[in-house]
Design a protein around this ligand. Structure first.
Ligand SMILES: C[S@@+](CC[C@H](N)C(=O)[O-])C[C@H]1O[C@@H](n2cnc3c(N)ncnc32)[C@H](O)[C@@H]1O
Length: 275
């Protein structure tokens, strides 16, 4: 992020404020704006960053509304932007949020309470849409068969464990865990419109970045990384930004052994050219 004193930075995915606290602790006079669409994340992070409230402002919103958020705060441009995409550990491990395949919860799977739940989404979906979601967002091997089954059970499907059982009945034992992960991931990406939100937010964020400011994006899914990669590449071709690393930065084996959840993480950084 190349944090500099006196500058203003934007964390678009505050979550549990892990990155935000690290940035606050490593500066004395830099200001931070934090955004998350999950009110629980904002409430938790507000408490966690309370000692820094004079230089840290948190907002519950979707990062697709970045222009509005910054306008409201009277901020024209920022000197660095962070996106740490996907779902937070807290969301994933809170059964009532409905994100995990091995914990009983209602089929909500939404990051923001303003988003339609997975259960409702399924009631409004067409069969081909459910099948496509499993194929595109989960790379699920038997996406056709599973998609059809989920579609046919959608009226009675009410909980995470019901969904897991349905997957269990359709998949050989040795592929079960991988399939559970992939199906849940695909349905989560769909429910929260994660790829569309990312594609819409990146250009807006870049527009608000000051010259020599950095944009750092951590993604966990190949669909996300593809969007970031091509967006960054185009800016490089247009000579609007330079890429700090030719290839995405991946966690080392040591980091993965300390924190297995980062296994699929890819980090990309660009620096906006001074105009
Ligand atoms: C991987 S977590 C971030 C963790 C955080 N960096 C930390 O250190 O604790 C991703 C967070 O982004 C939020 N999020 C995902 N999509 C969002 C969107 N479109 N707008 C705002 N927040 C979003 C989620 O609610 C979640 O809290």
């Amino acid at each position: 992020m190349d944090l500099r004193e006196g500058s203003t930075y934007l964390d678009c995915t505050v979550g549990g404020a892990g990155h935000l606290m690290a940035m606050l602790n490593s500066t004395k006079d830099a200001k931070f704006i934090g955004v998350d669409c999950d009110p629980d994340a904002i409430e938790y992070s507000r408490k966690r960053t309370a000692a820094f409230s004079s230089r840290c402002c948190l907002t519950e919103d979707n990062f697709i509304n970045l222009d509005l958020i910054l306008d409201k705060l009277n901020v024209g441009s920022v000197d660095g932007i962070l996106f740490d995409l996907g779902v937070s550990y807290h969301q994933l491990t809170t059964p009532s949020r409905g994100f995990s395949y091995d914990r009983e919860g209602r089929l909500l799977m939404r990051m923001s309470p303003k988003t339609m739940s997975l259960r409702n989404r399924l009631q409004h979906a067409q069969k081909h849409e459910v099948i496509q979601v499993l194929k595109d967002f989960g790379d699920v091997r038997n996406y056709r068969k599973l998609g059809q089954k989920i579609y046919e059970s959608r009226v009675s499907l009410d909980s995470t464990l019901q969904l897991s059982k349905l997957i269990e009945e359709s998949v050989p034992r040795r592929f079960l865990k991988k399939n559970l992960q992939k199906v849940f991931q695909a349905l989560r990406i769909w429910t929260n419109e994660e790829l569309t939100n990312l594609a819409a937010a990146l250009p807006v964020a870049f527009g608000r970045l000051s010259g020599r400011g950095r944009m750092v994006v951590i993604s966990y899914h190949s669909g996300e990384d593809r969007i970031v990669k091509f967006f960054f590449r185009d800016l490089k071709i247009e000579k609007k930004a330079r890429l700090l690393n030719k290839k995405a930065i991946k966690p080392s084996e040591k980091e993965i052994s300390l924190n297995p959840r980062v296994r699929s993480a890819k980090l990309r950084v660009l620096e906006k050219c001074a105009s």
